[in-house]
Design a protein around this ligand. Structure first.
Ligand code: DAH
Length: 338
């Protein structure tokens, strides 16, 4: 019997393990459940008692030997495959692409920071809104054209709900949640049922500002907008053109004086030297009343701007659709924000 162990040991020692296939075959022949070593273990019963001890010890040693040969061989194949045939430890690894900050987020963060520095807190509201928050509490008359199906995506199951058409709805939520003084800035996505083109999209982003306190005046509004124009655009001059929004009275469009020094200035400002950046105004007393704030005690101002337009201007992006296409060739150009 011991002879059998000796024969097998010779065989195991002399087998060449040069390739992975050799090693696999070796494992199957000697180390598997039906392999040669197990066969000998099965024969253990038939070994005469006097020889059992020696046989057992020899067989265990043989098993260890076989396992060691197999492990060594397969480890050498593994390290070979990691290094390649001519293993080169100095070769650089596979590159990982680094992400970049989306230009919309970069602009949004920059604008929020500017207002946070002068005491505005950041607030957000839901993207699905009811008629009250999106329209009624903002003094939209019942028959106002902005409520028209053409502009607004209504929720089919409940037409009182709609995707918010502007972040002004967050003003209402702010007034509901806290008593004045209120000084808040609200970024968010808004939705309009408009044809998609290079300048217009049905999903875009706005930032809304709201300030309510005692004795807030139009001069305060103008001052804060001049601060913003200086910080964001590096421009000192603004103008305010009379306009109309249901929730502000008086209302204005704000233009920043850009200049007309070169061809790009002409392009950006369409030859006027002025860049339109946002809408604003003094919060209409009806809006204050609708939200439980006494307009005889408090006044306020509000403003709202579209982020895409500002980003398109800042980075000279010709088509608004580029923001949502997720094309890495476009997005990777904004790595500097990291
Ligand atoms: N909600 C307006 C829009 O979507 C933008 C706006 C204008 C917001 C004037 C304001 C404001 O807060 O005072 O076009």
């Amino acid at each position: 019997m011991l002879e059998n162990v000796q024969n097998l040991q010779n065989q195991i020692e002399s087998t060449t393990l040069a390739t992975k296939e050799d090693a696999d075959k070796f494992k199957l022949t000697h180390l598997s459940k039906k392999g040669s070593i197990q066969e000998l273990f099965k024969a253990f019963r038939e070994v005469p008692p006097a020889e059992k001890k020696a046989f057992g010890a020899a067989l265990n040693a043989l098993k260890q030997l076989a396992e060691q040969r197999y492990t060594e061989a397969s480890q050498s194949f593994e390290s070979e495959s990691v290094l390649g045939e001519n293993g080169d430890l100095t070769r650089s690894g596979n590159p990982h692409d680094l992400g970049s900050i989306h230009p919309i987020n970069a602009i949004k963060d920059e604008i929020l920071d500017i207002f946070k520095r002068i005491g505005f807190n950041v607030s957000t509201g839901p993207e699905v809104e009811d008629d009250w928050h999106n329209f009624t509490a903002l003094n939209f008359p019942e028959e106002h054209p902005a409520r028209d199906m053409q502009d607004t995506f209504f929720v089919q199951r409940n037409p009182d709900w709609a995707l918010r058409t502007h972040t002004s709805s967050v003003q209402v939520r702010a007034m509901e949640n806290v008593a004045p003084p209120i000084r808040t800035i609200s970024p968010g996505r808004v939705f309009r049922n408009e044809a998609i083109s290079s300048r217009s999209h049905c999903v875009f982003h706005q930032i809304e500002g709201l300030y309510i306190d005692k004795d807030v005046s139009f001069a305060d509004l103008k001052q804060v907008l001049m601060y913003f124009a200086q910080e964001f655009f590096g421009k000192a001059k603004i103008r305010m053109r009379p306009s109309y929004f249901p929730f502000t009275e008086p209302s204005a469009e704000v233009d920043v004086y850009w200049g007309l020094e070169n061809e790009i200035d002409h392009k950006i400002t369409k030859g006027t030297g002025w860049l339109e950046v946002m809408g604003c105004g003094m919060v209409d007393p009806n809006v204050l009343k609708a939200n439980g704030i006494d307009p005889d005690i408090y006044t306020g101002y509000a403003f709202g701007m579209g982020i895409e337009r500002i980003a398109m201007n800042r980075y000279q992006i010709p088509d608004i659709r580029l923001f949502t296409e997720n094309d890495k060739r476009f997005l990777s150009q904004f790595k500097t924000g990291l």
